[in-house]
Design a protein around this ligand. Structure first.
Ligand code: ATP
Ligand code: MG
Length: 310
């Protein structure tokens, strides 16, 4: 659905996007992550035909977004970072106007409006002035605008920014529901959102793609591995920690007394739980917990985007 080849955008001497390439398949939800200034919005603007690239090319639904941008736009619904909305129009007026502008046939407009009101939860406010809406409802109008012409591809630039936790959940559910009929490219700083909705993730930093994979694979690939915890009853925690550290796959070990129990927290590589269990049995340590926590997407993000500083 999206095909990007060697795409570059320079603003004067600043290279905002530096020769990136990726593909997004039909029906995928691709997360687009990166620190502030990484080049996410710039890339999305180019894909949405709002900004010409300095070099390289991009295709949406088989149409070149630069040489064939009118046809490409029919397939694209774009929700920009700061949705510019007229304050003195009613929600219904504005969306009707946008539908007409995007070429929705007059006889279909009513049906499309009713569909996007349902999808975006706008029914209650359709008669309200946009200027009188809360931030969350304005975001929903932006989303409704992006979807009004039934595009196959949605490009959503931080659709949940500024929303309260309930609204974030609602928008997330909405995006999940769109999955069956749409391909989505979604930028966000909320990593849990990506874990819950995206099939694959791009991590971009300083205009370059640093990682592109499923959330599971990204976490699995993280060299820092994860963490294991072991809660046992021992009389000499320091001596025990030394024994734990000697187990293959355990990188370091700290401990905390919890009454007569001690909790050992270990940085691990791979999965040394079986060896830890065997050691506890051999040493006759009473065990009340043995667990492993994999790396989180947040750790992956930090490692990938701070790699050169660490
Ligand atoms: N119109 C512009 N003129 C000059 N430089 C720009 C312009 N727009 C963006 N930039 C620069 O391009 C780089 C990438 O910006 P971009 O907005 O794409 O980042 P982003 O990943 O969307 O960041 P954020 O998470 O803050 O939204 C930044 O260094 C930014 O300062
Ligand atoms: Mg941005």
């Amino acid at each position: 659905m999206i095909k990007v080849e060697n795409l570059t955008k320079r603003y004067g001497s600043v290279t905002a996007v530096d020769g990136i390439a990726f593909e997004v398949g039909k029906g995928e939800i691709m997360g687009f992550l990166g620190p502030n200034g990484a080049g996410k919005s710039t890339t999305m603007r180019m894909l949405a035909c709002y900004l010409p690239p300095t070099s390289g090319r991009a295709e949406v639904a088989g149409c070149d977004v630069f040489s064939d941008s009118l046809r490409a736009r029919e397939h694209i619904g774009y929700m920009p970072e700061n949705v510019p909305l007229p304050q003195d129009m009613r929600v219904s007026e504005y969306l009707r106007f946008r539908a007409a502008l995007k070429g929705v046939p007059g006889r279909r407009i009513k049906e499309r409006l009713s569909d996007v009101y349902d999808l975006c939860g706008l029914g209650e406010v359709e008669r309200k002035m946009i200027g009188a809406l809360s931030k969350g409802y304005r975001q929903r109008v932006g989303l409704a605008d992006a979807m009004i012409h039934e595009p196959e591809l949605l490009i959503l630039d931080e659709p949940t920014i500024g929303l309260d936790p309930n609204q974030i959940r609602q928008v997330r559910e909405l995006i999940k529901n769109l999955r069956s009929h749409h391909t989505i490219l979604l930028s966000t700083h909320i990593l849990s959102e990506v874990e819950m909705t995206c099939s694959r993730v791009i991590i971009i930093n300083k205009g370059r793609i640093e990682a592109l994979d499923t959330p599971e694979n990204l976490r699995a690939r993280l060299s820092a591995g994860g963490e294991a915890t072991l809660e046992i009853r021992v009389s000499d925690p320091a001596a025990t920690a030394a024994k734990l550290k000697a187990v293959s796959g355990v990188k370091n070990c700290s401990h905390q007394r919890l009454g007569e129990w001690t909790r050992f927290t270990m940085k691990i590589e791979g999965d040394p739980r079986e060896s830890l269990h065997a050691l506890a049995v051999a040493e006759k340590w009473p065990v009340r917990e043995l667990a492993r926590k994999g790396a989180t997407l947040e750790q992956v993000f930090v490692e990938v985007t701070h790699a050169e500083e660490g």
